[in-house]
Design a protein around this ligand. Structure first.
Ligand code: ADP
Ligand code: MG
Length: 701
């Protein structure tokens, strides 16, 4: 029953079914049933007009209003019907563009109505567009269950086709159809032990809460199911991986590692780096394939940990590859690794999308012949024609930039799975990592190499532009270099290029030759030109590099001490923090200047404030989660939309997550294939959360 098309539900039909699919991805009755309200409003609570302000206006509210007048405007299809209403504290306009005849008939002046909708403000005046409206007597006579009504996420297109109440009505009809067809899959003994509400009752209460308490139980049950379903997959994979015992062995610390470590390494490792290397050494002699996430704030020195691991692989006769998200970064890593490895008996090669055909042929042949030890590259590495002779270690830098699919293709290149080290500077709270990346062990490099001064961060408005320029000149006089970054959310956005170009022109004007030299680097430039710009900056010829967020990840120019981020309000916290990490890499005091519009949303100003207050990436990541609020984690880059969570939030629901994980481990220990009669039904839950392409991190074959 639940697999039937939603179009058969009363009030839906072909056209709306199409729309539901397009707008919300809802196809079957199950999809609809699992389209949960994202919040609930208390319909027993009625607001006064004066209580509603622009700050709290994003919510749906209920008002009791007296109608004082009405007016039509426009003609034909462009009609608009306005009702002027008020309570003793203020006035509101109620506006309709459709269904005008019907509304007009029911509205009587000097009568009281209960109005429900989402307020919007224009020049301080409040209005409600297409609110629900009912005469007071009728509204009050209606028996209320709990007073809690679900609010469903919807889209503009859907709202205009279904009306404010439309989705709710569909859910009501749907419930009538499916109520007898919801099968419980949770084994009795688990439900009893963890006091889980029966599935059918939970689904009913999530849509139609009978009480606040029941709603809580329903939410608990459904969150549990999601996290449990994911854990059933993760833990099964984990025990499969660790049970296989076919990890490559790197027991030998040989010439490559030792020569580098004792004669080339230009500094001593921090404690965090040492620990990470120890973790990796331990993993690579365990006989089990390594699957490790290396987290470390921007500038914490992950690259050298990666290099040491690759040298270790080389000492044991294995090849390694390191995949990075951008061409620039690939070249930078290649250059610095080649340089650091001068005199070390190790062969390093690079492969990117722009590698010339002849060179590519040579690299590919050398790779297959086992003549290359370390290959650095972009996602060009995952192409089928790239074949290794014996790939033993895969390193993925700045992993949040890659899709699940891309990451996975790298380790299908061997019959026997290579060890995997994934590196990220985007800190992921532990519990989130546990859920989203599941079968990964985590090493964390805490702290930065010694001698770094904390970066000073300031927030300026346009009015501070002149003093910013003076400051920049002063820094250049002291021999320092400066990044100026423009937002580039989409590579295709014309506007962004315009502002970049204008910004570049302005900077060239303000910092003219011969005293100043300005380079520019953005995604639309040819690879060679980008490369040249980066070279000019790296070598110190250019004082200022104007760039888009191309430079966001990994670029290392220790002499750059200032980064100016234009339209900083348009960047997310994680991105701002990454960008800031471009400076503060040498021993000089570094600065980050956030330029923004005077008019800022509350959230943007909180973000910028947070940036000025702390430079701790982990603190910022936690804050970011809080600012974005629950439920939005799914939309973030780092979740990699690996799982389709509808109700659980791994960060907020970490207690449920821990229980779900423990239950999954115990259950799989006893019955790894879910073959016991009381577990058979659980397969549907497990399969619902199976990674779609079978290409999660840990998926190797
Ligand atoms: P990230 O973790 O952001 O990738 P990098 O690996 O690029 O950081 O390192 C940042 C800078 O710190 C580089 O210039 C690197 O040479 C330097 N570095 C790394 N480890 C140390 C250390 N233990 N002591 C001093 N400098 C270090
Ligand atoms: Mg890096």
């Amino acid at each position: 029953m639940l697999d039937n098309s939603i179009k058969f539900v009363q009030g839906v039909g072909e056209a709306r079914a199409k729309l539901l699919e397009k707008e919300l991805g809802i196809v079957t009755m199950r999809d609809m049933l699992y389209h949960f309200p994202f919040r609930y409003i208390d319909r027993t609570r009625t607001y006064k007009v004066s209580e509603v302000t622009e700050d709290n206006a994003s919510a749906y509210i209920q008002l009791r209003l007296r109608v004082v007048g009405k007016a039509f405007a426009g003609e034909g299809r462009k009609q608009r019907f306005t009702v002027y209403a008020a309570d003793e504290t203020g006035r509101v306009e109620l506006i309709w563009f459709r269904g005008i005849k019907w509304i007009e008939k029911m509205i009587e002046p000097n009568r009281d109505y209960i109005v429900f909708g989402r307020p919007s403000f224009f020049r301080g005046e409040m209005s409600l567009i297409h609110p629900e409206i009912e005469v007071v007597e009728k509204a009050l006579s209606r028996t209320k269950e709990s007073g809690l009504q679900g609010i469903y996420s919807t889209t503009e297109k859907l709202t205009s086709s279904l009306g404010a109440k439309g989705l709710y009505n569909i859910i009501c009809s749907l419930w009538g159809v499916v109520r007898g067809h919801i099968e419980e899959y949770m084994p009795e003994y688990i439900s009893r032990k963890y006091a889980l509400m029966p599935l059918s009752e939970a689904l009913y209460n999530i849509h139609f809460p009978q009480s606040a308490e029941k709603l809580k139980q329903a939410q608990y049950r459904l969150k549990f199911d999601e996290l449990f379903g994911i854990q059933l997959n993760i833990q099964a994979r984990r025990s499969e991986r660790t049970g296989r015992r076919d990890g490559f062995m790197f027991p030998k610390v040989g010439e490559k590692f030792n020569t580098f470590y004792h004669t080339k390494l230009p500094f001593s490792l921090t404690d965090g780096q040492k620990q990470a290397v120890r973790d990796i050494r331990q993993d690579t002699v365990s006989g089990i394939q390594m699957n490790r996430l290396l987290q470390g704030d921007v500038g914490s020195g992950k690259t050298v940990v990666a290099l040491l691991s690759m040298l270790l692989a080389g000492d044991n006769g294995f090849q390694s590859c390191m995949m990075v998200p951008t061409e620039i970064l690939a070249r930078q890593h290649y250059a610095s690794i080649s340089k650091m490895c001068e005199g070390v008996p190790v062969r390093v090669a690079i492969l990117t999308g722009t590698t010339k055909a002849k060179e590519r042929r040579e690299v590919l042949a050398a790779l297959e012949a086992g003549e290359v030890d370390i290959l650095v590259g972009t996602h060009a590495l995952i192409e089928d024609r790239v074949r290794f002779s014996n790939l033993g270690l895969v390193i993925i830098d700045e992993q949040h930039r890659f899709g699940v699919e891309q990451r996975a293709r790298l380790w299908t290149k061997n019959a026997q799975p290579p060890h995997i080290l994934v590196m990220t500077a985007t800190p992921i709270p532990r519990t989130l990592a546990m859920t989203l990346y599941g079968d990964l062990d985590v090493s964390v490099i805490k702290g930065l190499p010694p001698g770094r001064k904390p970066i000073k961060t300031y927030h300026y408005f346009e009015s501070g532009r002149l003093s910013l320029q003076n400051f920049m000149r002063d820094q250049i006089r002291r021999g320092r270099q400066i990044y100026v970054v423009y937002p580039l959310i989409l590579e295709s956005e014309k506007m962004d290029y315009l502002s970049l170009q204008e910004g570049f022109d302005a900077i060239v004007r303000d910092f003219p030759l011969p005293h100043y030299r300005v380079a520019v680097c953005h995604g639309k430039m040819k690879a060679e030109d980008k490369q040249r710009a980066m070279e000019e900056f790296k070598s110190g010829q250019a004082h200022i590099l104007v760039a888009t967020s191309v430079i966001e990840v990994g670029v290392d120019v220790p002499n750059a001490t200032v980064i100016v981020i234009e339209s900083a309000e348009r960047f997310g916290l994680a991105q701002l923090h990454q960008l800031r990490g471009r400076v503060g890499r040498g021993s000089e005091q570094s600065y980050c200047v956030l330029m923004s519009d005077e008019k800022l949303s509350k959230e943007s100003s909180k973000r910028l404030e947070a940036m000025c207050q702390t430079s701790d990436g982990f603190e910022l990541a936690e804050l970011d989660l809080k600012l974005r609020g629950a439920g939005d984690i799914n939309g973030t880059q780092q979740s990699g939309d690996a799982f389709d969570l509808k109700i659980a939030n791994p960060t907020y629901d970490h207690q449920i997550l821990q229980v779900a994980q423990a239950v999954a481990i115990a259950l799989l220990d006893a019955d790894s294939t879910l073959s016991h009669p009381s577990h058979l039904a659980l397969r549907q839950l497990r399969d619902r959360y199976a990674p779609e392409h079978k290409t999660d991190f840990s998926e190797i074959s």
